[in-house]
Design a protein around this ligand. Structure first.
Ligand code: DO4
Ligand code: MG
Length: 278
């Protein structure tokens, strides 16, 4: 089942039919004792809604914090070692890739998150920016993974590469995160064969495309969640981005007007346009 947050409240989609949910609060849905069972009961007894297409699909977030894991794919490790080689940071990325403790960092508050069709931003003081397409977990307040969405961990590679201590500035700024288009609510983990793909379209032409699968993700999502919830409480639940396995070549930087499409099979496509901060 797919859970959508819209301008007309939340909807659940099953087999092509959309059902309007009587519970309007996104936070109440995320912290529901049994969200999967609740949605199933709506689908089983409800009348499909006819007004879903009239509603604007919004970012699937209420009061959840967004966190992110890093260097969870070998491609991210090599890209980071490369970008930081003159700053002496390369060794850190190599070490964290194989360390027991993962890299976890705070990514975004809800107001910095773009929904489908909204703009993501390049910092005005960055000259090298990329999108990072990431499977993103929705976790309830008890630390259970209740769903999956597509995420874009926008990153300023020049700022991050200059000094690893600049990571929060490279990662956290207005419009630096996008989530959507929906949350796939599933009690089962996603198959490791699940593909994640990225396409960047410039002036109507494909400027970059790449793909990976969850088989390349070095750490189990449940392990990342266990570390996130150590000595940390999330009363409204949280999102956790699981890291990128797709990094464009070093010659590539995003430009204003680029369209970023991130597709994860069974979830859908998250599409955003890029604007340059001024
Ligand atoms: O270590 C810096 C960030 C890593 C990251 O965002 C990723 O691997 O996706
Ligand atoms: Mg990332």
């Amino acid at each position: 089942m797919k859970l959508y947050r819209t301008s007309n409240g939340p909807y659940v989609e099953e087999a092509g039919s959309y059902f309007h949910l009587p519970e309007p609060s996104w936070d109440a849905l995320v912290t529901h004792d049994d969200l999967h069972g609740y949605l199933l009961s709506i689908v089983n007894k409800g009348e499909p809604a006819k007004d879903f297409l009239m509603a604007k699909i919004e970012a699937p977030i209420g009061n959840q914090e967004v966190w992110a894991a890093g260097v969870t794919y070998s491609r991210s490790r090599s890209a980071r070692m490369d970008e930081s080689k003159t700053a002496g940071g390369g060794d850190f990325y190599d070490r964290v890739y194989s360390a027991e403790r993962p890299e976890l960092f705070f990514k975004s508050t809800p107001h910095r998150v773009a929904g489908p069709g909204e703009n993501v931003r390049i910092r005005k003081d960055s000259s090298w920016s990329v999108p990072e397409p990431e499977l993103t977990l929705l976790i309830n307040h008890c630390g259970q993974i209740i769903g999956y969405t597509a995420g874009n961990d926008m990153s300023s590679r020049d700022i991050e590469g200059e000094n690893p201590l600049y990571l929060p500035q490279a990662k956290v700024y207005d419009g630096s995160c996008a989530l959507g288009p929906c949350v796939l609510i599933d009690r089962e983990p996603l198959p490791t064969s699940t593909p994640i793909s990225l396409e960047i379209v410039r002036d109507g032409r494909s400027e970059f495309s790449g793909a990976t699968t969850l088989a390349e993700l070095k750490r189990a999502p449940a392990t990342l969640v266990e570390y996130l919830f150590r000595d940390n409480s999330f009363p409204f639940g949280a999102f956790l981005m699981t890291g990128t396995g797709i990094v464009p070549p070093n010659s590539f930087t995003l430009a204003s007007g680029d369209r970023i499409r991130i597709t994860i099979d069974t979830i859908g496509t998250l599409e955003n346009e890029v604007v340059q901060g001024s």
